[in-house]
Design a protein around this ligand. Structure first.
Ligand SMILES: [Zn+2]
Length: 233
């Protein structure tokens, strides 16, 4: 039986094999596009009444996401993040723009949540950067892909409790230049507890951003935002 490590090593290779073929839907295999219309519509259909009002964690004014992190959404995030399918960033950014147009209103700059360089070397890319770049291209907004850096190589958040996640990312981000009241849109793939988005947004606010909106592809179904900084810790 393949171990998790074996599978993880094979996944990028599988992505390369996929990319050698003509465009086909990463979810159903339909030829013609990396994410077909039927699968895009199915993802949008997963949106619920809750999506309009996700509670925002500290540092973030508004939090928006396309759909809950399950089923097709979980699979497509996995393909983007671990399957080497960078080509999914463009159709997924379009989905983000279609589903959450309000998140892009009155924004000066799109900013991705950074990964530590060591993790980028391991994975080959940062999926949040790919999404931010694609979102800038399809929305016409400016993006700063390296405004924030991850100064600590925090352990993976997977499997950590809410308080452990918060402690894991507190102070893990540094902003490379002073900001002057810009309104930012912070991008990540999944909002699980909001701890990473929150730590990153707080660093941006401390650097001078006037307003941070966050937009992710998915939110964890168990997500509930802390109501204050103290709750988060
Ligand atoms: Zn499809």
């Amino acid at each position: 039986m393949a171990t998790l490590q074996t599978w993880a090593r094979r996944a990028p290779l599988r992505g390369l094999i996929d990319l050698a073929m003509p465009p086909h839907c990463a979810l159903c295999g339909e030829m013609g596009a990396w994410l077909c219309t039927a699968c895009s519509d199915a993802i949008l259909a997963l949106r619920q009444a809750r999506q309009a009002a996700l509670p925002a964690p500290p540092g973030i004014a508004t939090l928006a996401a396309v759909a809950p992190h399950r089923g097709l959404v979980r699979r497509v995030v996995h393909q983007l993040k671990y399957g080497g399918m960078r080509v999914l960033a463009a159709p997924l950014a379009e989905l983000m723009m279609t589903a959450c147009p309000h998140a892009l209103a009155q924004i000066d700059l799109i900013v991705p949540v950074p990964l530590h360089p060591r993790r980028i070397r391991r994975r080959g890319y940062n999926q949040a950067v790919l999404l931010a770049e694609a979102l800038a291209a399809c929305s016409g907004r400016a993006a700063s892909l390296d405004l924030v850096e991850r100064t600590r190589d925090t352990r993976s958040q997977v499997g950590l409790s809410r308080s452990a996640r918060q402690a894991n990312v507190d102070g893990a981000f540094a902003v490379r230049q002073a900001l002057a009241g810009e309104r930012l849109l912070l991008i990540d793939d999944v909002c699980t507890t909001g701890a990473t988005l929150s730590a990153c947004a707080i660093a941006l606010r401390e650097a001078g951003a006037s307003h941070v909106t966050a937009l992710t592809l998915a939110w964890a179904e168990r997500y509930r935002a802390p109501t204050s900084r103290n709750d988060a810790v």
